[in-house]
Design a protein around this ligand. Structure first.
Ligand SMILES: [Zn+2]
Length: 486
């Protein structure tokens, strides 16, 4: 028994190490290439607030590090985009003080799978079959111009920051031309968010044709121009073995996609076992030897015990998006089964065309509630465990746990402050329960990414929200007209 435990602990540690190596590679590359000019954002990110030296003073600090725990009335010292110290009564004479009394201070929320390009199709999945999510994404996706990618990324990023999300995984599967990819990236760069951009195909992509590998190679080679000073990394949004909007994807074409990703050392993300009709995808990949620590399985709602074992043994991660999974009728994600198997796991928005918004507090709440309902157990998934999924565990699932996900010295300064004095909070009870059950994006007072303040006093400071919204509306009007959509 003891030896088995020992072995499995070591196994997990080595998987984590390989996950970091595989998933962190491109970000590290980006960071290295801009050493010495950290405030000059590559490829369109100029104009972001500068990184200050801050002393976040007197908050209820939830480090989300199991050893460090919660520190009531504590401080966080930030310099050059990094966390210098966390503790009570810190001294930092050169720092600007941010009063965090009455606030919960915690790591920025980590989002792990979001089709950011269709954020401007918010709530457009209709009530009848021809206007369901997939026909909508395909029907309107086909008429996307590159500028629509940009405006959607701008709206999504603004909402992310407003909601306390500091890391996004942009799963981009409407790259109609290389310019579309670069415009999507430009929107992300301007936001100052940290994230991964996963390069995919386009809506209506021929089922027998691989993705644009030549463009992916170019992007990989020039990544330092796109990484926004190391904030963004590159991955591949793989079609996998499921069916697309245009029918069954041909295995050969998709194999070329995943082979290209691995040749380039890029992490792979793929929708698997979404619905009852698409069960068996993970078993297929296991059989083909395609699982690995560089692979993220999205949804995985319908899984056999053998598939859970295969995921765990390979070191793959899972991303669930309960709002879209419930809304579209995929089913209820079996969250505890992944956690019990030790699979790294994160929470995700998926698409605002189905989920409506990108409220990570709501996503945490539905994750807990759906899992407790599924298992008929009030105590199945504790609030603090859910909060881990939205912070340190989500970071681990993206290969980012050595840089973000908890408030400990040496990590990058991605943190948020939640004001507990709003009427939907008001009393201070258990902070994890308050965040998961009661808090809303409007309670997020301050958002810091890499030492830059992007939201302060409840307002976005690095973006003109009015302009972003106006431009998103104009873009959607054009799309509706061109697609002749309701
Ligand atoms: Zn998705």
């Amino acid at each position: 028994m003891g030896t088995t435990t020992q072995r499995s602990i070591h196994g997990r540690a080595s998987l984590d190490a390989s996950r970091r190596r595989l998933l962190g590679g491109t970000a590290a590359l980006g960071a290295l290439s801009v050493a010495g000019c950290a405030t000059t954002a590559g490829g369109g990110g100029g104009g972001l607030p500068s990184r200050g030296e801050w002393l976040v003073r007197g908050g209820h600090v939830m480090t989300m590090d199991r050893k460090a725990g919660d520190l009531p009335g504590a401080d966080v010292h930030v310099r050059d985009g990094a966390i210098v110290a966390v503790g009570n009564g810190l001294q930092a004479p050169g720092a600007q003080v941010i009063d965090a009394r009455g606030m919960i201070v915690l790591p920025g929320l980590v989002e792990t799978h979001w089709h950011i390009w269709n954020t401007i199709l918010r709530s457009m999945s209709g009530a009848e079959k021809k206007y369901g999510y997939f026909p909508t994404a395909l029907g309107i996706g086909r008429v996307y111009e590159a500028s629509d990618m940009y405006h959607s990324a701008r709206l999504a990023s603004a909402e992310a920051v407003f909601s306390g999300i500091t890391f996004v995984h942009d799963w981009c599967h409407n790259i109609r031309t290389p310019h579309h990819a670069r415009e999507a990236l430009r929107g992300l760069q301007q936001s100052g968010l940290r994230g991964r951009f996963s390069y995919g195909t386009m809506q209506g992509h021929p089922v027998d044709r691989p993705m644009d590998v030549a463009d992916l190679e170019r992007l990989r080679a020039d990544w330092s121009q796109h990484s926004n000073g190391g904030l963004l990394s590159l991955g591949v949004a793989w079609r996998g073995v499921s069916t697309g909007g245009t029918g069954l994807i041909k295995a050969e074409a998709t194999r070329e996609d995943v082979a290209a990703a691995r040749r380039l050392g890029l992490p792979v993300s793929v929708h698997l076992n979404n619905s009852r009709a698409r069960a068996g995808g993970i078993a297929q990949l296991a059989k083909d030897g395609l699982l690995g620590a560089d692979l993220q399985a999205i949804h995985a709602v319908w899984v056999t015990p053998e598939e859970v074992k295969a995921l765990a043994a390979s070191g793959a991660s899972v991303s669930i998006s309960p709002f879209s999974e419930l809304r579209i009728g995929f089913g209820v994600p079996p969250t505890s089964r992944f956690l019990e198997a030790g699979i790294p796991m994160g929470l995700s928005v998926d698409t605002t065309a189905l989920s409506g918004n990108a409220d990570m507090f709501g996503i945490m709440k539905v994750t807990q509630n759906a899992e407790n309902a599924r298992t008929e157990n009030e105590f199945q998934l504790p609030a603090r465990r859910v909060l881990e999924l939205a912070t340190i565990e989500g970071a681990r699932s993206m290969g980012m746990a050595d840089r973000i996900g908890s408030l400990v010295p040496g990590k990058r300064a991605d943190l948020i402050m939640v004001d507990t004095r709003a009427v939907n909070l008001g009393v201070f009870t258990d902070p994890a329960h308050m965040l998961v059950e009661a808090a809303q994006p409007s309670n997020v007072d301050t958002v810091m990414v890499d030492g830059r303040i992007l939201k302060r006093g409840g307002r976005l400071v690095a973006v003109d929200a009015g302009q972003v919204v106006d431009e998103a509306r104009i873009a959607l009007a054009g799309l509706r007209k061109r697609a002749n959509w309701w």
